[in-house]
Design a protein around this ligand. Structure first.
Ligand SMILES: [Zn+2]
Length: 457
């Protein structure tokens, strides 16, 4: 039973971490509400339904609102029309404020999926005032090659526009802000209109990259979130609420215990060994699942599950982008951070694919990983410490059997950076610890996205 006591203490410490999250969540709530309430609403798309946007695109396949026009919306519209008119496949471009009712984390992708179900196959380029811009192609040969061609052209255009800038090493404050969404749209539309094999010549790219309307001026906000209701703050509010719910549940449990806290007994430390993990393997598996998720999403009909799967995809891809450049185990701090993130990306991608599978299967639960180690897979049991029934921790079959027989579940333990005591991941101060990699948080994607927005912007 000593193992159980040790785990109970550990879980209680995780509860305290979650309580810290609760306080932070409440702070976010108080900041978020006035910020959203006092800003002005931009006209047009934000007040439109998806059906209205689709109807407008049937009349004119290019929509450029002033807010995304980089100073010359009418000119951008005409240049885009010039490129796409006469194309063999339908091409649609939407640059504007975010319509209501779309996934908060990836509204552009969500809009593309919904427009395609109304307008049929084609190539869509969508950049909205919140979330990342997206290009999607359906019903065209080698759609993946189209996507690769666009992603390949963006950095080439950036280098042509700013030949003196070292984007990898110059600090983000001193370097220019890059190319506008109008320029990216022009590049994607040019590639789309050219047909397969997809690509763009250096000359055509140079003409776009060096045009006066291409660079994003310093004085325009890069992200319009602050000026747009429905942007980052609303995500923050949603996260605050989910943290609140989890926090309250854990608070009830933590305060129910009157037992003095115990240190991990020496005999229990025998099971506290770092979990064997292979960073490259984890990242590869996460990439595979994220790719499968993207493919499945492209064919998925609109549903709340698809919306949530889009959120998981966006979060997984954002985490994976930072795992492009893997560090060596000798760089302990960075390697450790990447290990934690790689596990997170894998869980996010798996949870997203699971969400899609829930559509049309009423009663299917969300993806809940084993709290003790998400790499154990899905949890099917709620484990509670005897005598304290107010909190349940989801656990896999093995972990719940270990607990019920008086043993200690094998928790996920990352290699320690210095000679600090080894500890389970859920005692650390990370978003993964606070959420139990989704075991304690039903909206892991939203929490991770909001956390990253706070860190990266
Ligand atoms: Zn387990």
């Amino acid at each position: 039973m000593r193992g159980v006591a040790a785990q109970a203490g550990a879980v209680r410490r995780a509860a305290r971490t979650a309580l810290a999250g609760l306080v932070a969540g409440l702070a976010l709530l108080t900041v978020a509400v006035p910020a959203a309430a006092t800003t002005a609403v931009p006209a047009a798309l934000v007040d439109s339904t998806i059906d209205e946007v689709a109807a407008a695109l049937e009349q004119d396949p290019v929509i450029v609102e002033e807010v995304m026009g980089n100073g010359d919306a009418a000119g951008a519209h005409d240049r885009l029309r010039e490129v796409i008119d006469g194309s063999d496949v339908p091409i649609y471009v939407v640059l504007g404020s975010t319509p209501r009712g779309l996934s908060q984390s990836d509204p552009a992708n969500d809009l593309a999926v919904r427009l395609r179900s109304r307008l049929g196959d084609g190539i869509f380029f969508i950049a909205l005032t919140s979330g990342p811009p997206r290009h999607e192609a359906w019903g065209v040969p080698e759609a993946t090659q189209f996507s690769i061609a666009v992603y390949d052209a963006y950095p080439r255009a950036r280098d042509l526009a700013f030949p003196d800038v070292d984007w990898n090493n110059d600090s983000s404050e001193s370097r220019p802000r890059g190319l506008s969404d109008v320029a990216d749209a022009q590049i994607a539309a040019t590639i789309a209109a050219g047909g397969a094999p997809w690509g763009i010549t250096d000359d055509a790219l140079d003409e776009i990259a060096t045009a006066p309307w291409a660079p994003l001026p310093e004085e325009l906000p890069r992200s319009y979130d602050e000026a747009t209701p429905g942007g980052r703050w609303v995500v923050g509010t949603a996260v605050g609420l989910s943290v609140l719910l989890v926090g309250l549940r854990l608070l009830l449990w933590a305060t129910a215990s009157r037992e003095p806290r115990r240190r991990v007994p020496a005999s229990a430390s025998a099971v506290l060994a770092p979990t064997r993990l292979d960073l490259a393997d984890l990242v590869e598996r996460a990439n595979q699942d994220a790719t499968r998720l993207a493919r499945e999403l492209a064919d998925a009909p609109s549903s709340p599950y698809a919306d949530s799967a889009v959120g998981y995809r966006t979060a997984a891809e954002a985490v994976l982008r930072d795992l492009d450049d893997l560090s060596s185990p000798e760089d302990k701090a960075r390697y450790g951070r990447q290990l934690r993130d790689a596990v997170g990306a894998l869980v996010l991608a798996k949870a997203g694919r699971h969400e899609l599978g829930r559509a049309g299967k009423p009663g299917t639960e969300r993806y809940v990983p084993c709290f003790f180690d998400p790499l154990h897979g899905r949890a099917f049991h709620a484990v509670s410490d005897p005598g304290r029934r107010s909190v349940d921790v989801p656990a896999c079959r093995r972990c719940s059997e270990a607990l019920s027989s008086g043993g200690t579940p094998r928790a996920l333990i990352f290699p320690p950076v210095r000679r600090r005591q080894l500890r389970p991941y859920y005692e650390e101060n990370t978003v993964w610890a606070r959420t139990g990699y989704g075991a304690l948080d039903g909206q892991l994607w939203a929490t991770v996205t909001a956390e990253r927005a706070g860190v990266d912007r």
